[in-house]
Design a protein around this ligand. Sequence first.
Ligand code: CEZ
Length: 802
Amino acid sequence: MSELPLFTIDTELDGLSRIKLSSPIKLPNATGYLWNRAMVMQVNCRGYVNSQFMQPEPAKYSYAPNMEAKSFIQPEHSYFSHHPGRFFYLKDEDSGEIISLPYEPKRVQLDKFSFELGNSDITWLIEHFGLQITIKVNLTKEDLIECWLFSVKNLTETKKNISVYPYFSIGYMSWMNQSATFDKSLNAIVAHSVTPYQKVADYFANKQLKDTTFFLSDTPPTAWHANQKDFEGEGGLHQPSALVAENLGNVEARYETPVAVMQFQQPLLPNEHKTYQFLFGPVKDTSEIDELREKYLGHSQRQKAIKTYHEYISQSEACLTINSNNDSFDDFVNHWLPRQMYYHGDVNRLSTDPQTRNYIQDNMGMAFINSKQTREAYILAVSQQAINGAMPEGVLLHSDAKLKYINQVPHADHGVWLPICLSVYLNETADVSLLSEMITFADSSQEQSFICHIELALDYLLNATDRRGLSFIEQGDWCDPMNMVGYKGQGVSTWLSLATAYALNTWCDLCNEYNIDINQQKYNEYRFAAKAINAAVNKYLWHGQWFARGITDDGRVFGTDKDLEGKIFLNPQSWSMLSGAANEHQQLDMIEAISEQLITPQGVMMLAPSYTRMVEDIGRITQKHPGVSENGSVYNHAAIFYIYALYQVGQNNLAFELLCKMLPSLDNAEITGQLPVYIPNYYRGAFYQFPEQAGRSSHLFNTGTTSWLYRCLVEELCGLKGCASGLRVAPKIPASLQKLSGQRIFREAIVNFDIEQTKEVLNMELLLDKHIITGNVLTCLQAGQHYQLQVRLPKVSEDNVQ
Ligand code: CEZ
């Protein structure tokens, strides 16, 4: 492979970004992802694919070669030789040589390789055997189907005879019934199965399931093969025996593991090319295949589908575009971050019962893209609140949906998120009408205003405190697997106590800012309660240089220097800055302790040292591998809380430094192992215990980080934050960023801005369309109007506190 840069960031004609990886070996786990409201596929540069669809619960149509446990999408997904994938064997009939594209399973070194991630497509451009091959996949706006194009061109002066063999894995579908054969009338390999069940009731429940997987081509195959084991034979996937013969054997699978393989023998004259279209996906029955073929097969149908899907994904365009003279930073902030944020708000991590904290935070991000969706989501969330104020573990998005997995474990924090995340919705829209919406409860048809629902949630939190005024943790707070601190009903959480104080203060601030009509006594009660909680946290949980993480059922304070492992947790420190519990001295102490113990080249770890053995009064988190997920990884959701908190206390340089560490880039790609197209939920931590693996990406793009990161960029770094009277301007650019320009869409006004730091001014100066602005709120912005905003800031000092 020639020494091309590992990857490049190009810009498409439509201004959107295109990431191009030049090697399938250097970043073997590199992936991109595509989705629509009913399916998601994570595509690996070597050809492996992890995909699922909703019916309405998550289901597969391309399975692993053996029975798989149904679970939520896991971090650090591992690939293995028979992992589901979309491969193309290509035989040079003249030389007999066989390769596989895009790289797996034969792993032949290719003359040219490029794995390209676009906004709404994933493509490989490959050259080998004197052939130029393009492989492209896109999804559709609303259907459960993968649309593939395979194009091969003869670049040589001599005629070439080839066979192309798309090999789409179907895998082990069912222990009750699975089979596959070629259906001539559909020109498709059709694999039928029956979702296993034993209860009569499930027969009727399963009748609607899409238990059939099909692979259809626009070209009649020379031959086909639908039987996994027989296709491989003794040669295995690296040297499938079925490819030795001139033609595939047209072999069915009969209660044998299916596969979809077709053979297309194709002579190519010099400069001649041949293009194939393939459709792959789940259906309930073959009549659906016909409809999908009509809709998507054929040049014009394909162009229409690509255009519609492109428009669908392009809805992810958000309200900020920046130019910081750092192309990779700008590319991520302007394209890939809003795309990931939209994915979260659009498909709720492909769950029918998203955890309430995730649902509310993910929809906070949607306020920067499509605030109407945020409004609907918040109303739905409070409509599932109990009349006693308790918010549900998960928000049911479907009439048949049930609370599953982690949502069957009682967590104490779901009530804090609405008052906290509502501020972004109101700052972006000033839509106080939401607050007077009358909404029922999960367990009562009584209607109460949105304001009342918020206050019931806050009151429920305040009642869920112990004699010290600290919040009970039950079997977990924001940290899901911290399940044994309070399972006996006594353990308390420092983080949740501080988050409750922050939620109370945030609600009171919103009431002031938007003149929300709440009872003055209630308002005073909340301010007093927040103070009391902050005082209690300081009294019982400040230890030396930082705040402890909590107190167990048996009264043990943990998360202090006295602990061998889990000495310091990041969240209590961050949220003590947000709630106001930490004074300036404590802030400096904590920041120093965090810099010494938690900061790594890839960002800030959520705790250290990672636990290496079970701690029975803390729980499952301590059983996770050190440096993985909540057990001391660089858990980006916790890291962004810290960055947001640093901005609130004027630590703008450190905040920006840590924000840059969080973003995947060319510089850190060889460590993270990923391409800069999403923020992973974590990078491996345990930096001082397992440095070898530290920094590796989890490759899991489901994370609550995106909306908070976008909030930091819009409201803090650029400091273009909405308020009741307009757009408040208060940039927090670091000393390292001389200039920052861009465009901010605010309540449909288009504000082009230039922010620069200069010795010529001692205080911030604002010019709007060359008019000096007194104060720092732009109150006259009209929807649809364009404005030019110049912000001149006094020189920002290197030392952190501004
Ligand atoms: O799930 C996330 C949750 O979606 O863990 C976060 C929590 O705040 C998010 O709401 C921190 O605990 O159950 C487990 O052990 C998993 O680790 C989940 O906690 C975790 C998933 O892996 C997704 O990251």
